[in-house]
Structures are given as structure tokens and as C-alpha cells.
Design a protein around this ligand. Structure first.
Ligand code: SAH
Ligand code: SF4
Ligand code: F3S
Length: 344
């Protein structure tokens, strides 16, 4: 009996894709291996958002190739062109990102991820996602509903809807025949939330990730009104400085972000709010970093995920000089994390 082992890097989307890959492999007759060394086939699901996970993939592949046992190595996920070139001779196969409509072997028994869209059209200057996952593509609403219904039937209690930018979910129901409420017409993200909220059963709905530039009033309203939707919003701000936000191509200002948070907290008083921040973006001065500090002090997030800027080949920011030293990036990261810790 042939055995497989999956190694996943990156975000929840990649973890969900791995669950779908696992289903496919088991359909082909593979059984899970407990350790990668025991596997006949190792599938590596790669993330390229920063250099660190990329380096780890190179190490893993070299390690697997050094084993006496011949292991089939399959590479998939978010892979940059230059890495594809360098890795193609070191692995047996490179597979494209798996389709979100393919069946899934859910890892847990009570909570599950459900992708609703993939890709991104935003081209933030530092980010690889539009290159690795391609343009935004929304999953048919009836497919999503079908998967969620099936999960509820199986007793799942926590559903997390996934997309790089869930706010721009858009699907035209005219193209499909289905009998769900809200009938024909365009389904946007707030409508999709309401549709899923209307399904019978005892379960909660969460979602990741929202973009501050298109977090609409309609969406805030839907989160507030839908009793099954968790009052949790992950709203990456990335920087508290308008010049840096502009260089990042984020398409909003600090003022817009603060207004948005005010609106959200008014409509959803118990909301849990978290964010992502990048420190040491090219040219980020001490003063510009101070503005991010101020924002973190002011908003009082429930949690922040601080990343040190990592230049990514092919992105717009790659042409800018990565002039904040690694030590300084670390210092800035720690300062922000301390502010948060002291607010608790
Ligand atoms: N779609 C989401 C985030 C996707 S990537 C959004 O729009 O916010 C997840 C996080 O990784 C980002 O929020 C950002 O903080 C971080 N990140 C992305 N590219 C990065 C880079 N080149 N260097 C450091 N951190 C990065
Ligand atoms: Fe990357 Fe920006 Fe798209 Fe998020 S919105 S995935 S940060 S390009
Ligand atoms: Fe996710 Fe990494 Fe791809 S963060 S979308 S797995 S580049």
C-alpha cells in the first residue's frame, strides 16, 4: 500500500487546498503516512509570501532527495516563476493550485474551512498573491451552499469562509440553475453571508480576510444582523502612515481606516478586531513607523500580526531599495507587539 505525506506552508487557503489534495490522493489509493520519511509520495504545498517559507521548501526538498528511500516529490501551491525554474528538476512534478470545487478530506470533525474565492486583483506593491494565485475568481454560490449544507449535516459547528479578499466576492446566479432564496441576480459577500446564515442548524460562520478599501456598510450591517456570524473581523491595515500606504498601493488612508473601525464598533459593539502590519517597508522612516505606533496605540486591536518586510521578486516593491536593516525591522516588530501586550 502506497503512503503519502503532505507538508503545508502559508495561510488557511493553502491548508484547505491540502485537505482537497489529501482527498484526491486517497481516492487514488494512497494512505496517510505518519512520518514524511515513511511516505512514498510527499506533497509540498508552498507559500511565497515571504522568503522564510520559501527557504524552508528548498531545505525540505534537499532533505527528501538525500534520503536513501526514493520518495516521489510533488510541489504545488503559491510558487513564484523563478522558484519554479530552480525547483523543477529537483521534484518529480509541479501541480497547479487545486480547484476549490474538488472534494475535501476535512482535517477536523467540528470546524471546517470553505473557500469562496481565490486570487486577487489588488496588487499591493509588496505582495505575491496576485502572481501566484492569479486574478480574483469567485466560487459559484450554489457550490458554496452545497458544501456548507453537507458540513452542517455531518455535525460541523464552525464554518470559516476563505478568500484573499472576501469583500469582493461576486457571483452572478443567472448562470446557474438553483433553487435557493435570493433567486437570480448578483450575489455579493453580504448576501452570501445572509444565505448561509439562513441555513438551518446550530453552527457559527467566520470569514477571512477583509480589505479596508471595500468593507461596505452593507457588509457591516450583515455581520451585525446575522446571528450565526461571529463578531470577529480581521482587517489588515499594514501601516499607519499615509505615504507608506500609498507606496504599498493599499488604496485607503489612515483616516478612512479609523472611520471604518469607528463605524464597525458602533454597529457591532462586541466586535473582536485583529490586523496585519508590515514593518520595514522600503523607505519607512522612524517618523512613519511612529505613525503606525500611534495607530496601534489608538485602535487597541485584540491582536496584531506583525511581519517584517520581505522583498518578493516580480512585485512592484521589489524595485524599491530594501533599506531598513533586519535588526531595525525586528526592533519595530517588538515595539508594536509590546504596545499590544501592555494594552491587555
Ligand atoms: N489578503 C490579505 C493578506 C494576504 S498575505 C490582505 O489584503 O491583507 C497575509 C499577510 O502577509 C499580509 O497581510 C501582510 O501583512 C503579510 N505580507 C504579505 N506580503 C509580505 C511581504 N512581502 N513581506 C512581509 N509581509 C508580507
Ligand atoms: Fe496581497 Fe494586497 Fe491582494 Fe491582500 S489585497 S492578497 S495583500 S495583493
Ligand atoms: Fe497564502 Fe502564502 Fe499563497 S499566504 S495565498 S499560501 S503566498
Amino acid at each position: 500500500m502506497k503512503k503519502y505525506f503532505i507538508i503545508t506552508y502559508g495561510c488557511q487557503m493553502n491548508y484547505n487546498d491540502s485537505e482537497r489534495r489529501a482527498y484526491k490522493l486517497e481516492k487514488q489509493g494512497y494512505k496517510p503516512a505518519e512520518k514524511m520519511e515513511q511516505a512514498d509520495l510527499v506533497l509540498i504545498n508552498m507559500c511565497s509570501v515571504r522568503q522564510k517559507p520559501v527557504d524552508k521548501v528548498y531545505q525540505k526538498i534537499n532533505y527528501l532527495n538525500s534520503l536513501k528511500k526514493k520518495t516521489e516529490i510533488i510541489l504545488t501551491g503559491c510558487i513564484l516563476k523563478e522558484d519554479k525554474e530552480k525547483l523543477k528538476n529537483k521534484v518529480d512534478k509541479i501541480l497547479p493550485i487545486i480547484d476549490f470545487n474538488s472534494p475535501c478530506k476535512y482535517k477536523f470533525r467540528d470546524k471546517a474551512f470553505v473557500p469562496i474565492m481565490t486570487g486577487c486583483n489588488n496588487f499591493c506593491s509588496y505582495c505575491v498573491v496576485p502572481y501566484t494565485r492569479g486574478p480574483e475568481k469567485s466560487r459559484p454560490a450554489d457550490e458554496i451552499i452545497k458544501e456548507v449544507k453537507n458540513l452542517i449535516k455531518k455535525g460541523y459547528k464552525e464554518i470559516t469562509l476563505l478568500g484573499q479578499n472576501v469583500n469582493s466576492y461576486s457571483y452572478n446566479m443567472k448562470h446557474v440553475t438553483c433553487n435557493i432564496k435570493y433567486g437570480n441576480g448578483k450575489i455579493n459577500f453580504p448576501k452570501l453571508l445572509r444565505l448561509i446564515n439562513d441555513l438551518k442548524g446550530n453552527f457559527s460562520i467566520s470569514f477571512l480576510t477583509s480589505h479596508p478599501k471595500d468593507m461596505s456598510d452593507e457588509l457591516i450591517e450583515a455581520i451585525a444582523k446575522c446571528e450565526k456570524v461571529k463578531k470577529y473581523i480581521h482587517l489588515p491595515v499594514q501601516s499607519g502612515d499615509n505615504e507608506i500606504l500609498k507606496k504599498m498601493n493599499r488604496n485607503y488612508t489612515v483616516e478612512h481606516y479609523k472611520e471604518l473601525v469607528k463605524k464597525i464598533r458602533k454597529k457591532i459593539p462586541k466586535v473582536v478586531l485583529t490586523t496585519d502590519i508590515i514593518v520595514g517597508f522600503p523607505g519607512e522612516t522612524e517618523k512613519q513607523f511612529e505613525n503606525t505606533k500611534k495607530l496601534v496605540e489608538e485602535i487597541k486591536f485584540d491582536n496584531i500580526y506583525v511581519a517584517r518586510y520581505s522583498p518578493r521578486p516580480g512585485t512592484a516593491a521589489f524595485k524599491m531599495k530594501d533599506d531598513v536593516s533586519p535588526e531595525e525591522k525586528m526592533r519595530r516588530k517588538k515595539i508594536l507587539e509590546e504596545i499590544l501586550a501592555n494594552q491587555k
